[in-house]
Design a protein. Structure first.
Length: 420
């Protein structure tokens, strides 16, 4: 992890690093775009055969293994896990569910004028694909984070894809009541859910996190006709602190750094001595944690600013996936982040598992545009309007005036005809 000052002699070098970090989303997926395109095209043209070939190559899928996991296998996995893990899964699922329920948008209507009614109705998507990572670590927690809000939204068909699923992931699927689970991952799974194969019918939208291959594949299919939630790629953490405990901050940095060699662990402060302590702590706590050591060395930075305000502005500029701040009063300056964690007693890992807010979060500076996955991603807000004849006669002339100003005679006439 390197310390970079934003002022003084090193200011220009620091600015160059910051510019690279701002471009990280696009430059990182560009590294794998070529290979991902080949995988997508192969699955689109050759279906299951290509899906199986890539799954055998990358994830060791055997010829005798069916793509679809049965409910019996999921039930056996549930029986195989410990009571302690079952209890933890139940709590995580319940908290994620109640958080999602609160986020569900409502149908409503109102009458701006007598006889004129406008409103919205909420309808679930029909079929969604939930990607649950399984390359380096199995992430059963992601199964709850993706499938549960889809269930709360009322999605009829929920497909889960995960490579070489671990017992824990299958157990989570059992608890969640998943019925369509395929043991495939990577770009080939995204292709299967987007285009369909002999075994897997296509879905309308694909959600969930993944590595660079998964993220690049989701972005590619989103340019065709499959919806996606967001780029939710290799994990990012920013801790912005003036008074924090270096041991706690170091622990949070290591926790998120261990997800991927591409993970982005960053500390921002105006206090040089705090930055030095945090860097030393992160390094010490990462000993023996191979992946964390790699990402801390490759993309780990402690930025030291001249002022507190500059530290805050820099945080917003980076728009990180996870952001930890010192206290609740910091929320006033936070503009861009996927999810915010407040204070020493709120390790980011609590949000990864049990708090309830979703851990599928925007990376690559997409925290400028949206927050984490939510039930809103699984519904459509459809607007509705209705006039009586009297209301049309009252409000219609305004439409006629605007339509004629745009030169759209047919629009104006379509109102006039019905006002008569
Ligand atoms: N942003 C978020 O919300 C969020 C949440 C959880 C996890 N994550 C991220 O998810 C990722 C999980 O990554 P993972 O790798 O463990 O699992 P993964 O399931 O995302 O990826 C594994 C797949 O990558 C493909 N792959 C690997 N090497 C390849 C190669 N050389 N060529 C083509 N395809 C290849 C394989 O098909 C394999 O199935 C991490 O980056 C983690 O940080 C992000
Ligand atoms: N920190 C990840 C989001 O970037 C989510 C996760 C799942 N399991 C552990 N952590
Ligand atoms: Zn995590």
């Amino acid at each position: 992890m390197k310390i970079l000052k934003t002022t003084g002699e090193s200011a220009a070098a620091t600015e160059a690093v910051l510019r690279e970090l701002e471009m990280r989303g696009a430059t990182n997926t560009a590294k794998v775009d070529g290979v991902v395109r080949e995988i997508l095209d192969a699955v689109r043209t050759r279906g299951d055969a290509a899906l199986r070939e890539f799954s055998a190559k990358f994830d060791g899928l055997r010829e005798d293994q069916p793509l679809l996991v049965t409910r019996e296998e999921m039930a056996a996995a549930w029986e195989a896990i410990s009571e302690e893990l079952k209890a933890a899964m139940r709590i995580a699922q319940a908290n994620i569910r109640s958080f999602a329920e609160r986020q569900l948008p409502k149908s409503w209507s109102f009458r701006p004028t007598e006889g004129m009614e406008v409103g919205q109705i909420i309808r679930p998507l029909s079929a969604v694909g939930c990607y649950v990572p399984g390359g380096r670590y199995p992430l059963p927690s992601t199964l709850f984070m993706t499938a549960t809000p889809a269930q709360v939204a009322g999605v009829e068909r929920i497909v889960v894809c995960s490579p070489k699923p671990a017992t824990e992931t299958l157990a989570a699927a059992y608890l969640a009541g998943v019925t369509e689970f395929y043991r495939v991952g990577g770009a080939q799974a995204i292709a299967a859910m987007a285009y369909g194969t002999e075994t897997i019918a296509p879905v309308d939208k694909i959600v969930g996190p993944g590595n660079l291959y998964v993220t690049a594949a989701k972005q590619a299919v989103s340019r065709e006709d499959t919806g996606i939630d967001m780029p939710a790629g290799p994990t990012e953490i920013v801790v912005t602190s003036e008074v924090g405990d270096p041991v706690g901050i170091g622990a949070d940095l290591v926790a998120q750094a261990e997800h991927d060699p591409e993970a982005l662990p960053i500390f921002i402060t105006s206090k040089l001595d705090l930055a030095e302590q945090v860097v030393a702590e992160a390094q010490r706590q990462a000993e023996g944690n191979e992946l964390a050591l790699i990402s801390l060395a490759a993309q780990g930075y402690a930025f030291v600013t001249e002022t507190v305000e500059e530290a805050q502005a820099l945080t917003n500029r980076l728009a990180p996936e996870h952001l930890t701040v010192d206290s609740g009063s910091d929320l006033r300056w936070v503009k861009n982040a996927g999810s915010v964690f407040i204070g020493h007693f709120t390790p980011q890992s609590m949000g990864d598992y049990v708090s309830g807010p979703n851990h599928v979060l925007p990376t690559g500076r997409n925290g400028r545009l949206r927050g984490g996955l939510s039930v809103v991603d699984f519904v459509k807000v459809i607007t509705v309007q209705q006039y009586t004849k009297a209301a049309l006669q009252e409000v219609g002339p305004h439409t006629i005036a605007l339509a004629e100003a745009e030169g759209l005679k047919g629009h104006a006439e379509s109102v006039r005809v019905k006002m008569r």
